[in-house]
Design a protein around this ligand. Structure first.
Ligand code: LFR
Length: 494
C-alpha cells in the first residue's frame, strides 16, 4: 500500500516548523522541510505576533513539502501555542494584528474581572486557572471589539483556526485550542455563554466547536495556484500544541505524569473528567481539553523560557552561547543551592532575566548566583524541584500514584534537565519524542483519514517509530535533602 504523507505545521512561541510525515500503516517517519523564527514585534506600545510573516512561512512550508517529496501532501494541519487569537470581519479581513499573550495590556485585567465574578466561581465554571494571558482576560479588554460598529459581524479565531481559515476559507474553533481560552464549560465541553454574558463578551464572536481530527475543507484555489499544489485537504488536528504533544506520549498506562518541555514546561496528567475543587485551583491546575475528550489536568511552569531569556540577554552583551554550552556550564558550576520559584509572575515578561533571577535570590535571602554558569544551574535545579512539587500535588488531587514521568518536546534535548528530573523526583523519566507536537499533529491527521482508530493505537505506533530514552534516578537522598530546603523557601508563596 501507498504511504500517507501529511504536513504538520507547528508554531511555537519562538520558532515554527513544517514537518512532513509519512505513515505506512505501521510506522511513521518524519522530516523537517522548513524551520523559521517567530519573532514578536513591539509596535506602538503593544506586543504583537507578526501574523503576515507567519502565514508566509506556512505557505513556504507547503511549497517546500511538495518540492521535497514530489507530491502534494494528503493533508495539512496547523497547531500553535495557546490562548491567542485574531479577529476577522465578515469579509474575511484580519482586524488589526493579533496580540502576544505577553503583552502588558492585561496586567490589571484579572482584578477588574474578579469584581464581576470571583476567582473561585470562575474556576468552578471553566476549570481554568486564572492567568492574565488567558483569552478570557484578553477579550475582556479587547479594544478592537468595542470600537467595531457591528460586533455581531466579527469572528474570533484562535491562532490555529486563523491559519486554517486563511488556508481553507472555513471558520471553526477547534476544541483543544478553545479549551485554553477560559471560556468553555469543562463538563459539557462547550462554550460557557453565561460567563460571556457576565463579562460582556459577545457570544457571536465564537463559531461551532469542532473535534480534533475533523476535515475542515481544502486549500483555497488561489493559494494552490500560487504554490503549484492541488486542493489539499485542511484538517483540524489538535490545534493546541500541548494537546498535540500529548497525543504522542508513548505510553500504555492510563495514569502517568507528562511534561511537555518547550518554552514552557507544561506538566500534568490525563483524566476522563475535570477536577474543579478549591485545592486544584489553589495548586494552580487547569483542566484543558485533549484528543478523545480527555481532560488534561496541567499547569504551566515557566520552563526553558528562563534559560532562553538569559541566553538572549547574554547575546545582547556580546556572548552567544548554544544550549549545549549552557548545559556544560551548568554542569561545572559550583552548587551553591540557590533556587527560584519558577512559577513566579516576575519571570513572565521578556528582558533582563539574569538580573531578575539574581534579585530574586537576594530578596529571598540566598547566595546570589554571580556567574552565568551559576545562573543556569539555579534555573535547571529550580525547574526540577518545581516538577517534583507539581507531581506531589497531582498525586494528592487525583488520588493516583504516578510511577512514570513522560517528557516530550524540544526541551528533552537538555539532558541535564531530564536527569535532574529523574533524580529529584525519584521516578524514571521516559524521554521522547523530541518532535512530539508535530507527530501528534500528524497522527490526528491520520485519524481523520481513517488510517488509525484511536489514541491507544496512535501511542503504540509512536513508541514503535520513536523509541524513547529512559533516565533513572541518581543520588536521591541528596536531592531529597535539597528539596526540603527548597520547599521551606517557597512553599508559603504558592
Ligand atoms: C505551550 C503553550 C501552553 C500555553 C502557552 C501560552 O506552547 O501552548 O500550553 O499555555 O503556550 O499560549
Amino acid at each position: 500500500t501507498e504511504a500517507l504523507n501529511m504536513l504538520a505545521v507547528d508554531f511555537g512561541a519562538s520558532s515554527g516548523r513544517a514537518m512532513l510525515g509519512s505513515f505506512n500503516g505501521e510506522k511513521l517517519t518524519i522530516q523537517e522541510v522548513h524551520r523559521f523564527a517567530n519573532e514578536p514585534v513591539q509596535l506602538g506600545g503593544n506586543l504583537h505576533w507578526d501574523f503576515l510573516r507567519l502565514f508566509h512561512e506556512l505557505k513556504t512550508g507547503i511549497h517546500l513539502s511538495k518540492l521535497r517529496s514530489g507530491v502534494s501532501p494528503a493533508s495539512i494541519a496547523v497547531d500553535t501555542w495557546g490562548v491567542d487569537y485574531g479577529l476577522v470581519d465578515r469579509k474575511g479581513r484580519l482586524v488589526g494584528n493579533p496580540y502576544h499573550y505577553r503583552d502588558s495590556r492585561t496586567d490589571s485585567t484579572m482584578n477588574e474581572v474578579f469584581g464581576l465574578i470571583s476567582e473561585d466561581e470562575l474556576y468552578k465554571q471553566t476549570g481554568i486557572q486564572s492567568s492574565q494571558i488567558n483569552t478570557i482576560f484578553q477579550l475582556y479588554t479587547e479594544d478592537r471589539i468595542r470600537s467595531f460598529q457591528h460586533t455581531d459581524q466579527l469572528k474570533m479565531l484562535f491562532m490555529p483556526d486563523l491559519f486554517h481559515y486563511y488556508l481553507s476559507g472555513v471558520m471553526a474553533n477547534e476544541y483543544t485550542i478553545a479549551s485554553t481560552s477560559g471560556l468553555l464549560n469543562p463538563i459539557n465541553r462547550n462554550w460557557n455563554i453565561e460567563i460571556m454574558d457576565t463579562l460582556n463578551i459577545p457570544s457571536t464572536l465564537f463559531s461551532d466547536i469542532v473535534a480534533p481530527g475533523t476535515k475542515l475543507g481544502s486549500l483555497r484555489k488561489a493559494i494552490g495556484d500560487e504554490l503549484h499544489v492541488g486542493a489539499i485537504p485542511i484538517v483540524a488536528a489538535c490545534g493546541h500544541d500541548t494537546a498535540s504533544a500529548l497525543v504522542s506520549v508513548p505510553t500504555d498506562v492510563s495514569h502517568y505524569a507528562f511534561i511537555s518541555s518547550g518554552t514552557w514546561s507544561i506538566m500534568g496528567m490525563e483524566l476522563d473528567e475535570p477536577i474543579l475543587s478549591v485545592d486544584s485551583r489553589q495548586s494552580l491546575f487547569s483542566n484543558e481539553g485533549g484528543a478523545e475528550h480527555k481532560i488534561r489536568l496541567l499547569k504551566n511552569i515557566m520552563g526553558l523560557w528562563l534559560l532562553q531569556e538569559c541566553r538572549r540577554a547574554w547575546a545582547l552583551e556580546g556572548t552567544t552561547l548554544n544550549y549545549d554550552e549552557l548545559t556544560q556550564m551548568a554542569l561545572s558550576a559550583p552548587q551553591n543551592g540557590s533556587y527560584i520559584d519558577a512559577d513566579d509572575v516576575v519571570f513572565l515578561p521578556p528582558g533582563g532575566m539574569p538580573k531578575r533571577i539574581q534579585e530574586y535570590c537576594r530578596a529571598s535571602g540566598q547566595i546570589v548566583p554571580e556567574s552565568r554558569a551559576e545562573i543556569v544551574r539555579c534555573i535547571v535545579e529550580s525547574l526540577a524541584f518545581k516538577y517534583k512539587q507539581t507531581l506531589t500535588e497531582m498525586e494528592k488531587l487525583s488520588g493516583k500514584r504516578l510511577e512514570h514521568i513522560y517528557m516530550v518536546g524540544g526541551g528533552i534535548q537538555n539532558r541535564l534537565l531530564c536527569q535532574l528530573t529523574a533524580s529529584v523526583t525519584g521516578k524514571p523519566v521516559i524521554a521522547g519524542p523530541v518532535e512530539a507536537t508535530a507527530i501528534g499533529n500528524m497522527m490526528m491527521q491520520a485519524k481523520a483519514h481513517g488510517e488509525v482508530k484511536d489514541l491507544s493505537e496512535i501511542r503504540g505506533i509512536v513508541k514503535q517509530s520513536f523509541p524513547p530514552e529512559i533516565y533513572h534516578p541518581e543520588d536521591t537522598a541528596m536531592w531529597e535533602e535539597r528539596y526540603e530546603r527548597y520547599l521551606k523557601l517557597f512553599v508559603h508563596l504558592s
